[in-house]
Design a binder for this molecule. Structure first.
Ligand code: SF4
Length: 304
């Protein structure tokens, strides 16, 4: 029997919304054993880049917390080292020439993304000391909520003018995500259970800082009880949908019955494309899938 899904995170939700099959490959079938692998086969260069910039961001913020500021050279060095680590590269000289070009362009992109992030309002206020009371959090900390484990920790919290601000930094923001307010407000439900944070909803402000089409975009949300309730319901519905998908595969874990992405746009940047027969043939695969569904429905009808 396929395991019941009990985890919710913004990354899982994104995967579920963009492509049900990707969600199943990445999180469901291997839920227990899925390990993030630093492997070209499973993660696109851009995925590895995002992971390495995120690590650099966290390390830089942690140093800042300890009053250690990085020079431009230090930022570049850290990015290079982090990318090498993610790509599993010992020596850059060992790379073939086309990979060297790719690697160099990723270093450049990462540098400009981090520089631009440090130029955003919140990070600027933190790094220049205008925001004094702040901390950087570990995203892997989950919140048990009934039967669900919810991963929705902010990346940064800070206190300003008697309000607590919860900030999530998204290196792969999407243009028009459905319910992004409710998704972001899940951070308040998380924060209200933390001992060092207040328990009253109106003491929080939520921010998302998302990188979309080459720029960082800042959104701000003010929670209220009604929205928090809706946010909880959204999480429950997501997990319900995740479980329906798993059931749809049946006892044989038949991937061919799991819906495909609505657009090749997601296939291009999909970290599971090497494991998905639909990659490069999305439209044909959709027709094949419809044929399988029709055949299965007909067989069921004839068996009645
Ligand atoms: S390659 Fe496309 S259809 Fe296949 S899992 Fe990835 S996004 Fe979905």
């Amino acid at each position: 029997m396929n395991p019941l899904q009990t985890m919710w995170s913004i990354t899982r939700r994104k995967s579920l919304m963009n492509c049900a099959r990707q969600y199943i490959i990445r999180y469901s079938r291997n839920q227990k054993s899925f390990k993030k692998q630093t492997n070209f086969l499973h993660h696109s260069p851009s995925d590895l880049m995002i992971r390495s910039i995120r690590n650099v961001m966290v390390e830089r913020l942690e140093d800042l917390r300890n009053s250690v500021e990085w020079s431009e050279k230090m930022v570049s060095l850290k990015i290079k080292l982090s990318l090498k680590h993610e790509f599993g590269i010992e020596r850059k000289n060992n790379l073939k020439s086309d990979k060297i070009n790719l690697f160099n362009s990723l270093i450049k992109k990462s540098n400009s993304r981090i520089d631009a992030l440090w130029d955003t309002d919140i990070i600027k206020k933190i790094s220049t000391g205008q925001i004094k009371e702040w901390s950087c959090l570990d995203r892997s900390e989950f919140l048990p909520n009934g039967h669900l484990d919810i991963y929705c920790s902010p990346d940064i919290t800070f206190k300003l003018q008697n309000k607590w601000h919860l900030v999530r930094i998204d290196f792969q923001g999407e243009k028009y995500p459905k319910y992004d307010d409710l998704e972001s407000l899940s951070m308040v439900n998380w924060a209200k259970q933390k001992k060092y944070l207040p328990s009253l909803t109106d003491q929080f402000i939520v921010h998302t800082v998302k990188f979309i089409d080459g720029q960082w975009h800042h959104q701000r949300f003010t929670p209220n009880e009604d929205l928090l309730q809706q946010s909880k319901q959204l999480l429950e519905k997501d997990v319900e949908q995740m479980n329906k998908l798993v059931n749809r595969m049946g006892p044989l874990s038949d991937l061919s019955l799991v819906p495909l992405s609505s657009s090749v746009h997601y296939c291009k940047k999909c970290s599971c494309k090497s494991l998905c027969p639909a990659y490069g043939e999305l439209e044909i695969s959709k027709i094949e899938q419809k044929a399988i569904e029709y055949h299965n429905a007909k067989t069921m009808y004839e068996l009645k």
